[in-house]
Design a protein. Sequence first.
Length: 201
Amino acid sequence: MAPLKVTYFDARGRAELIRMCLYFGGIEFEDNRLSHAEFAEKKAKGAFPFCQLPTIEGGDLPCVFCQSIACARYAAKLAGLYPEDPVEALKCDSVIDGCIDILQKVIPAHFEKDEEIKKALLEKLYSATIPAWCACLEKFIVGKYILGDKLCFADIALANSIESLGEDIFVAFPQLKEYMERVHSIPRIAEWIEKRPVTAY
């Protein structure tokens, strides 16, 4: 049986949670990274469901699947990082959705081409949007992790989101820094962070 294959660009982006869950669980996978030209060529040939990345295929999967959180949830289940209890799963998924919410605010601001608009978006993002988001998500950490002493894939997602926002947020939210460092110091996670390709985002 061929190992799983995760396909994305040469970036952490929307595929990193999938990769980290699989690596944490000791699940063999091919980390397939495409250039934008390769993506465009394969997209034109209909290689990707919904015409986007990331995708996951191989293993026991009957076809190519996409949508980053669906793929990450699948990887988390394989790795034992998705709770079986419905209430714990609900809490886990709530945090995941919160991470997606802030991502959808951050990306347009950073990739805005009009410099005046970009300046205004970033100012609002870092003065209001991000602090409000941090205050909300901070309340979900009730112990070592979101589910107390039990790690779930939402912990990895939240730690990654915190890291992506930059160190300035740690002045007002030192608990988030401690939490991020706690998650990223877990041996298998730290090992992945050390070995993964260095990319801008």
